[in-house]
Design a protein around this ligand. Structure first.
Ligand SMILES: C[S@@+](CC[C@H](N)C(=O)[O-])C[C@H]1O[C@@H](n2cnc3c(N)ncnc32)[C@H](O)[C@@H]1O
Length: 285
């Protein structure tokens, strides 16, 4: 039998309160701030972990989070969705080649920041693109994520063999100029990206919810990350990006993300609508 409407609302409010306390405990104990992540997604992930662990209540879960570090790290993985691929949305990379590269080529040296880089596929895609456009040697690429485990994978640049068909198709569609197989070797289980791709990349830990500015970037790519944040955290992060970009610098968001309703919207012009590429206005513009 379902609860009467008012009791149902009260139960939901209590559940929200418990989840709020749980996220507070995570923040106070481990310093990871999920308090401003989008509600529904965060709730779903926490509920799944609670049921997997056979816990009866969120209050029990708070206790386990505080006293069982391993349990917390499992939850951390649940909350940082790491889905990614090389040349994800190939049409986006096509626009980067056609619209952004000609501007970047006017600089003697460029700085690129991938924020929320996951296991590195997006970063290596960019490294390949810059190499093909003969810009890699004058680029410094910063690749950051708050999840240390995923960053360790990113540094290795080794991926399961079964993804290679998709990555190759994406590369071709994105306007890749070479044969994609030039960039990796393979054994029966893995593709191992060529170590030379790593040469201009610096991987480091950075939490968009709590850490500060990265100075004077020419391009920031933060794709499919803001979608997991609530409005308040999205604004914080967009402000961080605006402050980290040089005038005329580019900001690239994911296909479901936008500057449309942000306070920062008038600091940028849209360069490619579907691809969510924006350019920071110079002061006089
Ligand atoms: C869905 S993946 C997107 C990866 C890649 N940018 C792409 O579009 O394919 C989201 C990434 O954001 C990272 N992330 C989530 N919250 C973060 C935060 N507060 N600071 C830094 N990275 C975060 C996750 O760990 C995950 O690797």
């Amino acid at each position: 039998m379902s609860l009467p409407a008012n009791e149902h609302i009260a139960a939901m409010e209590n559940e929200d309160l418990e989840i709020g306390l749980l996220l507070e405990a995570v923040y106070r104990k481990y310093g990871y701030d999920f308090r401003n992540y989008a509600g529904a997604h965060t709730k779903r992930r926490i509920a799944q972990r609670k049921s997997l662990a056979g816990l009866d209540s969120y209050t029990e879960m708070i206790h386990k989070i505080i006293y069982d570090e391993k349990f917390f790290f499992a939850l951390l993985l649940d909350l940082s969705i790491n889905v990614t691929e090389m040349f994800r949305d190939p049409w986006f990379y096509k626009e980067v080649r056609q619209l952004i590269v000609p501007h970047l080529q006017t600089y003697p040296f460029i700085k690129v920041w991938h924020a929320g880089c996951s296991a590195g596929q997006e970063v290596y895609s960019m490294a390949i693109l810059l190499e093909e456009e003969e810009m890699k040697e004058r680029a410094q690429i910063y690749a950051t994520d708050f999840n240390e485990l995923i960053l360790a994978q990113a540094k290795r640049g080794i991926y399961p063999i079964d993804v290679i068909r998709q990555y190759t198709a994406n590369y071709i569609q994105s306007g890749g100029r070479e044969s994609f197989s030039d960039y990796y070797t393979a054994d029966d289980k893995h593709v191992i990206l060529d170590g030379r791709l790593r040469k201009r990349i610096l991987f480091s830990s950075h939490n968009l919810a709590t850490d500060g500015v990265f100075g004077e970037m020419n391009i920031i790519l933060c794709r499919n990350v803001l979608i997991y944040f609530n409005k308040e955290l999205q604004e914080r992060v967009l402000e961080l990006f605006c402050d980290s970009l040089c005038p005329g610098g580019f900001l690239c968001l994911g296909s479901k993300e936008s500057l449309k309703f942000s306070k920062l919207a008038d600091r940028f012009e849209s360069v490619a609508g579907r691809e969510k590429i924006y350019r920071k206005k110079r002061l006089q513009e």
